[in-house]
Write a new protein. Structure first.
Length: 266
């Protein structure tokens, strides 16, 4: 039988860094600057996750984190229909930026599997650089509109006015996105949202994590999502600022280098 080509089938292997080898932190820093994504394993307990997280970031406490700075992600059976709390249910999650409704979202996110779901629950990752290139080549009008300052408002009443693509002074680009009930849009970009959603779906990678496995991503470049699941799925999440220098966002792909220069507005 002819095998179907799956370009992202080896995403875990291709982005893996062995945490036990000397210089692992330097390798992780280099990968994050280059591709914005690292996969890890061997983190079999909450203590191990916390120990690794503090090697690479200053943890940022927030509404959902526990006293040690980590957030326990599981179906609480209490948050199913609450906007902004979908991660604590068992339904699917749309591609999003972590803490998108704050002025300065944490730069790094670490997510580690403590217990896999009985069925479903795979992580879904989308490279914002690929979405940006996609829109600025095939849907340039959409890309330009989505980079207009203050055309989105993410969060509740204390949320943040921003835009999907922020172009910085050095022409690097950051992505910020959510599609749930805490996203409000300027009418001028409403027609382009289906194209944005479609582009995010086209570049999505599936990552089925086993206990002890996880990923670390640049929250200014990568969007993350989740499939619906059944069973007692348990993950631990850390958010924070890197303990090493990182430039803002990502370098646009060569196909999208003509991105217009816009004012920087977080």
């Amino acid at each position: 039988m002819r095998r179907v080509h799956q370009p992202y089938a080896d995403v875990f292997v291709r982005n893996h860094v062995d945490l036990a080898v000397p210089g692992a932190e330097e390798k992780i820093a280099g990968r994050l600057r280059d591709t914005g994504l690292v996969t890890v394993d061997g983190l079999a307990s909450r203590t191990a996750v916390l120990s690794f997280a503090t090697r690479i970031m200053n943890l940022v406490p927030h509404r959902d984190s526990d006293s040690d700075g980590l957030t326990t992600i599981r179906d609480t059976r209490r948050h199913t229909h609450r906007a902004g709390f979908a991660g604590f249910g068992n339904g699917p999650l749309d591609p999003h930026t972590e803490r998108s409704g704050t002025p300065n979202p944490p730069r790094l996110m670490l997510l580690v599997c403590g217990q896999a779901a009985a069925a479903g629950g795979e992580c879904l990752l989308t490279d914002g650089q690929a979405v940006h290139a996609d829109l600025f080549t095939g849907e340039r009008e959409a890309g330009v509109a989505l980079a207009q300052p203050r055309t989105a408002f993410f969060g509740a009443g204390d949320g943040h006015a921003t835009q999907v693509f922020t172009v910085h002074d050095d022409l690097r680009v950051s992505v910020r996105l959510r599609f749930d009930g805490l996203a409000r849009w300027n009418p001028i970009i409403q027609p382009y949202l289906p194209r944005l959603r479609a582009a995010a779906g086209r570049h999505q990678m599936r990552l089925a994590l086993a206990p002890g496995q996880g990923y670390l991503l640049d929250n200014e470049r990568w969007l993350h999502a989740r499939r619906a699941f059944t069973g007692d799925r348990l993950f631990w999440r850390a958010l924070g600022q890197p303990l090493f220098p990182m430039l803002r966002g990502f370098t646009p792909a060569p196909t999208s280098v003509r991105t217009p220069m816009l004012s920087e507005a977080g």
